[in-house]
Design a protein around this ligand. Structure first.
Ligand SMILES: Nc1ncnc2c1ncn2[C@@H]1O[C@H](COP(=O)(O)OP(=O)(O)OP(=O)(O)O)[C@@H](O)[C@H]1O
Length: 249
């Protein structure tokens, strides 16, 4: 983030404890981070370090136990469920492992779902749809339903759906996990371009050092804390840092 730039997304002293008493798990132990508009950040760390928990809290899908989350100047704590739902719909795009595509709808209808839900007219999206389907390489699959698509193709439909309305914040959980390397590279390009060209903030959890190397910045978590950060690191450097963290755990 530029010096003095206002963070598009900010978390301050974030804590999350699951359960209570002797079986309580402290998944996050005081995380403070800011992500600027147009920044593409990767979150890495050993299994159980709190990556998904952080992503879910950023997406207002889970509440923190302590600390603050501010998205585009709006503090999430205290917002009603209805307001949180509206905020998610208006400003966030999710690329998660469970694609949550509607089985009875075609690819194109699935991608347009956020537009239909928003009540915005569909007309102005015609060009955007062409562009997205061509970017995710599914130009010939627009009228296919999810059960007629491979896992990787479904993943790409979910990505197009997350991007269609140009959300301020894109949250991605292992977005290349299911994809062959060529398609995975295409998805990373798409996320990178969303940040660089459209000023969207992208936060991506990944175990893949090569995927993280496409990001502007990599944040390393271990045991619920931020333990390291790197700007534009290459894959070898990321791989080394992760190996050190994993052997320390
Ligand atoms: N709903 C839950 N109830 C209880 N404990 C949970 C819950 N969700 C996560 N945890 C625990 O919180 C800790 C952090 O989990 P989290 O899923 O955020 O880690 P992660 O870094 O995403 O792991 P992975 O790389 O394996 O997906 C783990 O110890 C996990 O077991």
């Amino acid at each position: 983030m530029n010096e003095g730039a206002k963070a598009a997304v900010e978390v301050v002293d974030l804590g999350k404890t699951y359960g209570s008493g002797p079986t309580a798990v402290r998944a996050l132990k005081g995380i403070s981070l800011g992500f600027a508009g147009g920044e593409f950040a990767a979150i890495m760390g050993p299994s159980g370090s709190g990556k998904s928990t952080l992503l879910h809290i950023l997406g207002a899908l889970e509440e923190p136990s302590s600390g603050r989350v501010v998205i585009g100047g709006t503090e999430l704590s205290g917002l009603s469920d209805k307001k949180l739902t509206l905020l998610r719909r208006a400003r966030m795009g999710f690329v998660f492992q469970a694609y949550n595509l509607i089985p009875t709808l075609t690819s194109e209808e699935n991608v347009m779902l956020p537009v239909l839900i928003s009540g915005e007219g569909t007309a102005k999206y015609e060009e955007r749809l062409d562009e997205l389907f061509s970017l995710v390489g599914l130009g010939k699959r627009r009228s296919h339903r999810p059960d007629e698509l491979s896992g990787g193709e479904q993943q790409r439909v979910a990505i197009a759906r997350a991007l269609v309305r140009g959300p301020d914040l894109i949250l991605a959980d292992e977005p290349t996990g299911n994809l062959d390397s060529k398609t995975g590279a295409g998805v990373l390009d798409l996320l990178r371009e969303s940040a660089a060209r459209y000023g969207q903030t992208v936060v991506m959890v990944t175990h893949d050092a090569r995927a993280a190397a496409v990001a502007d910045r990599v944040v390393f978590l271990a045991d619920g804390k931020v333990v390291d950060e790197a700007r534009e690191p290459d894959a070898d450097e990321i791989f080394e840092r992760i190996r050190t963290l994993e052997s320390a755990g």
